[in-house]
Every structure is written in structure tokens, then in C-alpha cells.
Design a protein around this ligand. Structure first.
Ligand code: UDX
Length: 474
């Protein structure tokens, strides 16, 4: 029993959306491979979705990698991620009593061999475990699955409010040029425009939530970021000066590839991956295909879907397009027959793709993306330049960084027109500009590989983090 108690046990609580769950799962796999016992806590809704998606691997997880669930307090028919403010509030209000009860159970070693909890790792946007971690005397690790630049804008939100940039005073701000205004002074960030800020900061219904979660990082014992030093150094340095110990451990997708093979297949996907698209990619020319996907939360209008469709058609470029159930606002997810007929020889449509495999396929030469952080990082790791069409959360900040800071992407205006789609796809896939971006993103891909290799910045940070947690066992 004494030996059993020496095994670290991490309780991992992601924000209940696919991107954050994926990143938390990658971290869980890495910790498991380094000898941790893992309790992975999903909301009941998410866990049911994962089971229904046929991700059978999740059921076959080893006995020392367990799943637990919490209610999110919403009825089954609620749209959840399509109403992020309601989901965030409800989860924050309803999760804590259940989480506390679970921790009460896990704080001691269990008769069935479960070692006592050593640390709680929760998403940066899920700070409610902080209190219980204090009570139990274990560290709470705040893991920001958002980008470093996005986190930074949340952390410095009080400054932005004080200076009067946010929240937006009224709807007129969207049309009177206000959004183009430059914000001169967020430490570590380049001069962003107001329109580059997270949508969660601009709207009253999310501002208080992200502002208080950003400040809650000050209470955490450790902070983890899914990025690497060479990508985000100025942003990281400014945060590091002000926050508890901060470790950069990304890209986790690359670091987790080296995790124990026996569990690297545990899936946390809420959709069934259509692997047939990889066979289709096998038949396409190198770097010829543009991959189109807007992540797990985005809801777009049918008008916009049609503009994108006809823009892709006019570009004459082969494309692989993920049209997730629920992507189109209140409409059945259909495209006009005439469009489907015209593109049938150079397109492939799926409801959900094995994205990492797709992006690293040699036929893929560009990514039309919503600029969610996981997608952005996965694209960097694969050396694929991007067209950015952000929809929510910190996606505008990520898109701005891709085009203006890292210079690995082009930005699409929010009023999407088919001519623009056609033009941007051409520029990215066939123009000189696209060639340059491909070269730059290739250099970042190489830097990301160096970061996760033995001796690299993320590899070393991960080792330090693991040692830090294990020290608590002595
Ligand atoms: C949300 C926000 O949109 C994002 O801005 C924030 O950084 C995290 O939360 P999401 O919409 O889920 O994320 O996007 P993203 O972070 O890009 O994650 C999507 C994940 O789903 C990626 O890991 C991607 O590989 C995966 N995916 C997406 C698939 O596996 N298949 C698909 O077809 C589409």
C-alpha cells in the first residue's frame, strides 16, 4: 500500500468543448505514460456523446485511466456550445458540489487500488476546483487550452476595461469604425485592433466570466500553456512576470505522440471520424488540397456556407470539407445539387475528419479554418498555411497572430463573399505569397519539433512539471 500511495494521481477536468477536451486528453496521455494514475472528468453530456460516437477506445481504457462524470446543469436538448455563455455559467454553478463530492471520495487511497489525489489539473476557464484543492492540500494546475495570446487578453481584461476599450458600448461600435481602433498597450502583445480581441471580451454576457477566470490564474499553483517558447516568447514573458510558475508544454499533439502506445488511442471525440477521406487524399497531387473545417462549436449562416461553397468552386482547387452536424444555423446541412455536381471530381465532404492525419497528409497544402487554438497549432505542426475566418472566443486573436505576427496565414473578412474566398484560396495555394507562408510555417513546424525533442523547451518544461508534482509525494 505504501508503494501505491507513491504513485501520482492527477484528476483532469476539461472545459466541456471538443478542442479543450482534446488538449486535456493529450496531456492526460503524457502524464499516464510518465506513471500517473488518471481520473478524467467529463460532463455527463460529453461522456454520452463520446460513447455514442463509437470511440470504443474510451471504453477500453486501462483500469488506471478512469473516467468520471459531472452534470453541467443543462437539459439534454440545450444547444450547449452554441450558447457558450449559458454553458459556462451553468457548469460553473452546477459542477462544484459534484466535483467536491468526487474529491472527497478520491482524497484517500481506495480499496480497489486507486491512489489518493496528488493534483487537480483543470482548464484555465474552469477555476472552481481551486477551493477544494486548497482544502485537500494538493496543487491546482491551471491548464490554458486556449492560445497564449488569447489567455493574455483575458488576463489583462481589467486593464482593457479600465482604459474603456471593452465592453462595447452598443451595437453601433460594430459599424462606426470603432473596431478598427488600435489598442496600444497590452503587455507582451503587438498592437491589436479592438476587432482582434476575443468575442468573449467584447460581449457583456461572457466578459465577467472570462475576466474572473483570467484573474483566477493568479491563485493557481502552476500554469500550463499549450504552446512553445519559440512561437510565443514575448507573450509568455509578459505573463511569466506576473503569474505563478508557468510552463509551456506544447504542442501537446506532438509531445503526446511519444506517449505510451497502449493508451495513445484513447479517444475523446464526440463525432465519428470518417477515415475514408485519407484514401481520397492519397489520390491527390502533393500540396494541392485545401482542407476546410470550422471546428466543433462554430455555427454559421446558410448564406455564408453558400458563399464559401461557390468560392471554393470558382477557385478550381481540390478541397476536403468538414460539414459537421449543427454547423449551419437552424438548417439541414445541405449544399445545392448544382454545386455538388460541379465539384464532384475534386472534392470530398465529411461530417468529421481525422484532422491531425489530414493536416499532415502530403496532399494538403492549405487550411481554411476558424482559427481555434488546437486547429492553429495542428496546422503549424503540419507545416500548413492558413486562411482565417474566426467566429468566436479568442479565434480573432489567433487569426491576427497567424497573419500579422507569425505570417503564416491570410485573413478573411467577416462579411464573406465568394470572390474573396476564390481569391484567398488562389493566393494561398498557388501564389508567391502562399509559397512564402508555406516556407515560414515550415520553419515553425521545425521549431515545434525541436521544442518537444529531448532537451527542447517543451520537453524540459514537461519534465520539470512532472517532477514538481511528484515532489508532493515525498
Ligand atoms: C474552441 C474554440 O473554438 C477555440 O477558439 C478555443 O481555442 C478552444 O475551444 P474548437 O471549436 O473545438 O475550440 O476548435 P479547436 O480548438 O480548433 O479544436 C477542434 C479540435 O477538433 C481539434 O483538435 C481538431 O483536430 C478536432 N477536429 C476538428 C477533428 O478531429 N475533426 C474535425 O473534422 C474537426
Amino acid at each position: 500500500m505504501a508503494l501505491l500511495n507513491k504513485r501520482p494521481h492527477a484528476v483532469m477536468l476539461p472545459f466541456p468543448a471538443q478542442g479543450p477536451i482534446n488538449a486535456m486528453m493529450q496531456l492526460a496521455q503524457i502524464l499516464y505514460a510518465r506513471g500517473f494514475y488518471i481520473t478524467f472528468v467529463n460532463t455527463q453530456y460529453v461522456q454520452e456523446r463520446i460513447s455514442r460516437s463509437g470511440s470504443v477506445e474510451s471504453v477500453k481504457s486501462p483500469p488506471d485511466f478512469r473516467f468520471e462524470t459531472l452534470p453541467d446543469g443543462l437539459p439534454p436538448e440545450h444547444g450547449r456550445t452554441s450558447k457558450l455563455a449559458e454553458l459556462s455559467r451553468s457548469f460553473t454553478d452546477n459542477g462544484p458540489p459534484y466535483f467536491d463530492k468526487l474529491m472527497d471520495k478520491l482524497k484517500h487511497s481506495q480499496p480497489d487500488g486507486v491512489p489518493p489525489v496528488t493534483c487537480i489539473v483543470s482548464d484555465g476557464l474552469v477555476s472552481f476546483p481551486q477551493k477544494i484543492a486548497r482544502k485537500l492540500g494538493v496543487p491546482r494546475v491551471s491548464f490554458w487550452t486556449h492560445s497564449a495570446c488569447g489567455f493574455s487578453t483575458y488576463f489583462f481584461a481589467p486593464l482593457l476595461v479600465e482604459k474603456g476599450y471593452i465592453p462595447l458600448k452598443d451595437e453601433r461600435c460594430l459599424t462606426n469604425g470603432y473596431m478598427e481602433q488600435i489598442i496600444p498597450s497590452i503587455p507582451g502583445l503587438p498592437h491589436l485592433r479592438i476587432k482582434d480581441l476575443s468575442f468573449s471580451l467584447l460581449r457583456m454576457n461572457m466578459l465577467e466570466f472570462v475576466k474572473s477566470e483570467g484573474q483566477a490564474a493568479l491563485e493557481a499553483d502552476l500554469i500550463l500553456l499549450n504552446t512553445f517558447e519559440d512561437l510565443d516568447r514575448p507573450v509568455i514573458d509578459a505573463l511569466r512576470d506576473r503569474l505563478p510558475p508557468l510552463y509551456t508544454i506544447g504542442p501537446l499533439g506532438l509531445l503526446s505522440e511519444s506517449a505510451n502506445d497502449t493508451i495513445s488511442d484513447i479517444s475523446a471525440s464526440m463525432w465519428t471520424e470518417e477515415t475514408s477521406c485519407v484514401k481520397w487524399l492519397d489520390c491527390q497531387d502533393p500540396s494541392s488540397v485545401i482542407y476546410v473545417s470550422f471546428g466543433s462549436i462554430t455555427v454559421m449562416s446558410r448564406e455564408e456556407l453558400l458563399e464559401i461553397a461557390w468560392g471554393l468552386e470558382a477557385s478550381k482547387q481540390p478541397f476536403l470539407w468538414v460539414i459537421r452536424p449543427g454547423l449551419i444555423d437552424g438548417q439541414p446541412d445541405v449544399l445545392p445539387t448544382e454545386f455538388l455536381e460541379r465539384v464532384k471530381d475534386r472534392s470530398f465532404l465529411v461530417r468529421w475528419a481525422p484532422q491531425m492525419k489530414v493536416l499532415s497528409h502530403p496532399s494538403v497544402g492549405g487550411f481554411l479554418t476558424h482559427s481555434g487554438w488546437n486547429s492553429t497549432l495542428e496546422s503549424i505542426c503540419a507545416g500548413v498555411p492558413m486562411i482565417s475566418r474566426p467566429f468566436l472566443a479568442e479565434q480573432p486573436t489567433n487569426g491576427r497572430f497567424a497573419s500579422e505576427v507569425w505570417k503564416i496565414g491570410v485573413a478573411m473578412s467577416e462579411d464573406v463573399k465568394r470572390e474573396d474566398v476564390e481569391d484567398l484560396v488562389r493566393r494561398l495555394m498557388r501564389g508567391e505569397e502562399g509559397q512564402q507562408m508555406r516556407k515560414t510555417v515550415g520553419e515553425l513546424r521545425d521549431a515545434s519539433i525541436r521544442a518537444v525533442r529531448e532537451g527542447g523547451s517543451s520537453y524540459t518544461s514537461m519534465e520539470k512539471f512532472v517532477q514538481e508534482i511528484k515532489r508532493g509525494l515525498d
